[in-house]
Write a protein that binds this ligand. Sequence first.
Ligand SMILES: NC(=O)c1ccc[n+]([C@@H]2O[C@H](COP(=O)([O-])OP(=O)(O)OC[C@H]3O[C@@H](n4cnc5c(N)ncnc54)[C@H](OP(=O)(O)O)[C@@H]3O)[C@@H](O)[C@H]2O)c1
Length: 277
Amino acid sequence: MERSILITGAGSGIGLATATLLKARGFTVYAGARKPEDLKRLEALGLIPLPLDVTRPEDLAQAQEAIPEALFGLVANAGLAPAGPLELVPPEVVEEGLRVNVLGTLRTVQAFLPHLRRGRGRIVLMGSVSGLLALPLMGPYAASKFALEALADALRVELAPFGVKVVLVEPGSVATPIWGRSLRWAEGYLLPPPPGTEGVYGAYLEAARRMAERNAKGGLPPERVAEAVLKALTHPRPRARYLVAHPARAREVRLLRLLPEALRDALILRVLRRLAH
Ligand SMILES: NC(=O)c1ccc[n+]([C@@H]2O[C@H](COP(=O)([O-])OP(=O)(O)OC[C@H]3O[C@@H](n4cnc5c(N)ncnc54)[C@H](OP(=O)(O)O)[C@@H]3O)[C@@H](O)[C@H]2O)c1
């Protein structure tokens, strides 16, 4: 039987790597993307391109019609990373992060649940380590990924009676275009800082730049996340969460979450200061 999967945000990064891997493993892959050039590239790779902005109900309705069969899996991957110190981030930017990462994901899940029920399929949500730890300068992004943790927990139990499993994949830093995009976006709204705060926020901007560079260069290859998605889709008894990070980073995240908050904050502040100077 044909095993069909829909992946959103498949035009680049983790989505593209996942779509490519799943196609190589024999799945029929519907690959959602927004840009015409991405859609063309996806088609050339043997994937079925779907014009799909997850915030647009009309795109979702067309995608529903384009996928006639039951779905084996939905990989809700589309996302962006609004960043910056919370005093300076315009609420509209935070809103955009929630609109795409949270509501866009929910809209996609709602649209394709009939297909997933028919196929007793699985939902893989693209969470993040930022859904486990809200680091400074990543507040707007973390707010969206914490919200996704909540959606995943509620959905997992709600959909259990239908045989539809819900798995959250939580990558650490992955080398994809998201960080460059996030930095360019933030540079548009972070300046100028309020009078008297330039020193602190100037240093924060420098820290954000270094963090973005470090993530873009030193992050895991997106293929590693693709492998975790494949496991989430095919393991007979998938875990609720797969944390995908360098082992040392994964240990750090687990440890930080266990520490008393005062100690955790002090450690994080120390790293922030080091990055800023
Ligand atoms: N890279 C990391 O370190 C990392 C870590 C943890 C989690 N993640 C998560 O992994 C997912 C993929 O990110 P990535 O790192 O692969 O970055 P990416 O290369 O920037 O991919 C994000 C994709 O989402 C698409 N997208 C954005 N807004 C959309 C919308 N409204 N509708 C449909 N598609 C939309 C983008 O399409 P356009 O090109 O058209 O904008 C892009 O193809 C995101 O959910 C991200 O939060 C990434």
